[in-house]
Design a protein around this ligand. Structure first.
Ligand SMILES: [Ca+2]
Length: 513
């Protein structure tokens, strides 16, 4: 029997429990906002750093406070709906982060400003009970706001000024999560509140709070006992006989939701990321073979199957893993399932200007590398791509549409090798320099299905005629019909450097000729 159906059947026989007691929160420290803002305002744009370096953005209390103040200048429209409360430090599983806290005016929910970062989504091969659809890969996120708790019944009604829809819990306890509503219903509420659902990638990033382990509480599932309302020893006898439903421990709540924030938060200060209710996400269920969009992490595609994350009061620790993807088929009626709720979020847009980035389009194979496949290539160059005095040096992006099947790792290496041996030899010859007959060596690593990262050692013939090490990211997008699309970004800059964001934007700006 699918777990969904089981929840429906069994929630009816849930035992009666004593009234919930809310955990008292530690007081929030309120920084001297003006001084901090002034201290940082003199330097470079700190929001650039907020986007790139979560260690900078969450390990330094002063910086987090100042960034929060400056964020209001950057996003006046988005943050007008919030009151800044201050910064607070959160610790879990030996990790600590400073996070700025915001109160959402229309709903009263508390939000955390989550820094942007490039993070590894999915589970490592060694994680117990992992599923094949959790392949590990890199996703780049911009900062976003997300509720510290699941949406409560109180917050829902605060906005609508009406009783909850019939499907919901209809419980007297206002601090219980809103549950039993379909993704369409909760999206309508979010829209009315000026909020949205988090993308699946945003959800996993905020859930992990920097932890690569199976749970935000660490690698040992026993630590979840203080951390999550899962299926537990309080559940009815029938539940405990079924594998995958309950853990042997007591967590204080049986076959029912707990008031939000009844358990310890993760290292970003977010409650109930594991358990209580599974949380709807913006994405439909789409394979990780489809690259996540840079910024929001959204994977485009309408499969009809909606994603929910984090597990709920009717599942064991495995079903609540950070990487676990739970899909609800188009034919099911998740709206009636009391194990499903949501946690609203808000994207903070970070448009990247590509002003001054020249674009060019060439037929393939190019004259300098006649062995390459036929097709078309479109490029966008960072303004200083041929100037070794700039951070843009050797930084550009291109899309190739090649009349060949999907290349594998070895073929990606051959493509890069052939391309750069050819083009550098031409540049060297034109400059009257000798860089030898084999100026390029490439080492390719597969980072996810159809995603590759290459280290390219080359003799630079664009400007310096000196050795240079270039990092190259290659995504291959298989097409059902027609040419294979290949995205290539390259730069000698380290992966944290802002140029990588611009290169992603450059790829996104390239349209098929
Ligand atoms: Ca949850």
């Amino acid at each position: 029997m699918p777990k969904n159906t089981l929840l429906l059947v069994l929630s009816a026989i849930a035992a009666v429990f004593p009234p919930p007691i809310l955990q008292e929160e530690s007081p929030i420290e309120r920084p001297a906002q003006k001084n901090e803002a002034a201290a940082l305002a003199a330097g470079e744009d700190p929001l650039e750093r907020l986007r790139e370096r979560s260690d900078y953005a969450t390990l330094d209390k002063r910086a987090v406070g100042a960034l929060a103040v400056l964020a209001r200048a950057r996003w006046p429209k988005e943050l007008a709906g919030f009151v800044y409360l201050g910064v607070e430090q959160f610790s879990a599983a030996g990790t600590s982060h400073w996070i700025s806290i915001w109160s959402h005016r229309k709903t009263g929910l508390e939000f955390a400003l989550i820094p942007g970062e490039r993070f590894q989504m999915g589970s490592p091969q060694a994680e117990a009970d992992r599923m094949p659809d959790e392949g590990q890969h890199w996703v780049t996120l911009d900062p976003f706001l997300i509720a510290r708790t699941e949406c409560t019944q109180e917050a829902w009604m605060e906005l609508t000024k009406e009783a909850l829809p019939q499907n919901s819990m209809l419980d007297d306890a206002l601090m219980l999560p809103t549950a039993g509503l379909s993704p369409v219903e909760v999206e309508a509420w979010c829209k009315r509140a000026g909020l949205m659902l988090p993308t699946e990638a945003q959800w996993e990033f905020m859930c992990r709070a920097g932890m690569a382990t199976a749970w935000a509480s660490g690698a040992d599932k026993g630590d979840l006992q203080e951390f999550a309302n899962l299926g537990s020893a309080e559940c009815p006898e029938d539940w405990r006989k079924i594998p995958g439903i309950v853990e042997a421990w007591h967590d204080g709540y049986g076959a029912k939701t707990a008031p939000v924030a009844s358990y310890a938060p993760n290292a970003f200060g977010l409650f109930d990321v594991h358990g209580n209710v599974s949380e709807w996400t913006r994405d439909h269920y789409v394979s990780y073979d489809v690259p996540a969009q840079v910024g929001t992490g959204l994977r485009p595609g309408l499969s009809g199957e909606r994603m929910a994350r984090g597990g709920n009061f009717g599942g064991d620790a495995t079903t609540a893993r950070s990487a676990k993807r739970f899909k609800c088929g188009a034919g099911t009626s998740p709206g009636a399932n009391k194990g499903f709720g949501f946690r609203p979020s808000l994207d903070l847009p970070f448009p990247i200007s590509l002003e001054g980035w020249p674009a060019e389009t060439f037929p393939l194979p190019p004259g300098f590398a006649p062995t390459l496949p036929s097709g078309t290539e479109s490029l966008r160059f960072a303004p200083g791509w041929r100037d070794p005095k700039t951070e843009d040096f050797w930084s550009y992006a291109f899309v190739m549409w090649i009349d060949e099947p999907v290349p594998d790792s070895a073929h990606v290496g051959e493509l890069l090798n052939g391309y750069y041996d050819g083009i550098l030899s031409v540049f060297a010859r034109n400059a009257g320099k000798d860089i030898g007959s084999d100026p390029v060596q490439v080492k390719v690593t597969r980072t996810a299905p159809n995603m590759y990262e290459a280290q390219m050692h080359a003799i630079d013939a664009f400007a310096t005629f000196q050795p240079i090490d270039i990092r190259v990211l290659v995504d291959v997008i298989p097409e059902a019909k027609g040419p294979t699309t290949v995205h290539v970004r390259l730069s000698p800059q380290p992966k944290e450097h802002r140029i990588w964001r611009a290169l992603e934007a450059a790829i996104a700006s390239i349209e098929k000729p």
